[in-house]
Design a protein around this ligand. Structure first.
Ligand code: ITT
Length: 196
């Protein structure tokens, strides 16, 4: 087993659930930031790349604990909006419902063939001794005109997965964890862990 303890620098419960399911058997103990005594406050996401923001989050918790730490920075890129909300997805609204409402409003009248989108995820890993690693995953799809399904979190109910007639929120969690942007980034992390 590569890590006896791996910290996860996130305050997003949906992400944490997915990370736990995918990495559960691969590390001794997966501990969330909220379970770390005296953990620093959420890092300001001031970088202009997913990689930069993922690293800011991982570094802050790693600096406070000295323990191996991973963080996820992710977003939804909508072609008709020039790639927005992208890096600013969590700041696009004040709640999941609010973000979905705003997205559907911005896309009102945009026909189906022009509603292409993709989810992007970069996982950063900060290790004792200074090593830093990055793993990326992308999941293509399109934006529905109304929410469908109750699973997942965030934009999942309005994201139609490419090649499936299902929204991300209509997939069982195990299926989302095989094909999502986060699943792909975490699979790359697992491959890396399996190599050494
Ligand atoms: P942490 O920084 O604490 O990890 P966060 O929610 O602020 O949590 P991000 O800055 O990475 O995380 O923002 C990602 C946003 O992108 C997230 O809040 C959702 O709105 C959206 N998002 C990311 N992954 C998603 C997924 O799997 N399904 C639906 N929406 C997702």
């Amino acid at each position: 087993m590569r890590f006896s303890t791996l910290l996860v620098a996130t305050h997003n419960a949906g992400k944490l659930r997915e990370i736990r399911e995918v990495l559960g058997g691969w590390v001794g103990e997966l501990r969330a930031q909220t379970q770390v005594p005296d953990a620093p406050p959420p890092a300001d996401e001031t970088a202009d790349t997913y990689q930069g923001n993922a690293l800011l989050k991982a570094e802050a918790l790693h600096a406070a604990t000295g323990l191996p730490t991973m963080a996820d920075d992710s977003g939804l890129e909508v072609a008709a909006l020039g790639g927005r909300p992208g890096l600013h997805s969590s700041r696009y609204g004040t709640s999941d419902g609010d973000r979905i409402r705003r997205l559907l409003e911005e896309l009102a009248g945009v026909p189906e063939p022009d509603r292409g989108a993709r989810f992007v995820c970069v996982v950063a890993l900060a290790l004792p001794g200074g090593a830093r690693h990055f793993f990326e995953g992308v999941c293509p799809g399109s934006i529905l005109t109304a929410p469908r399904g109750a699973g997942g979190f965030g934009f999942d109910p309005v994201f139609l997965v490419e090649g499936l007639d299902r929204s991300m929120a209509e997939l069982p969690i195990g299926r989302k964890n095989q094909l999502s942007h986060r699943a792909r980034a975490l699979a790359a992390l697992r491959d890396w862990m399996a190599r050494d």
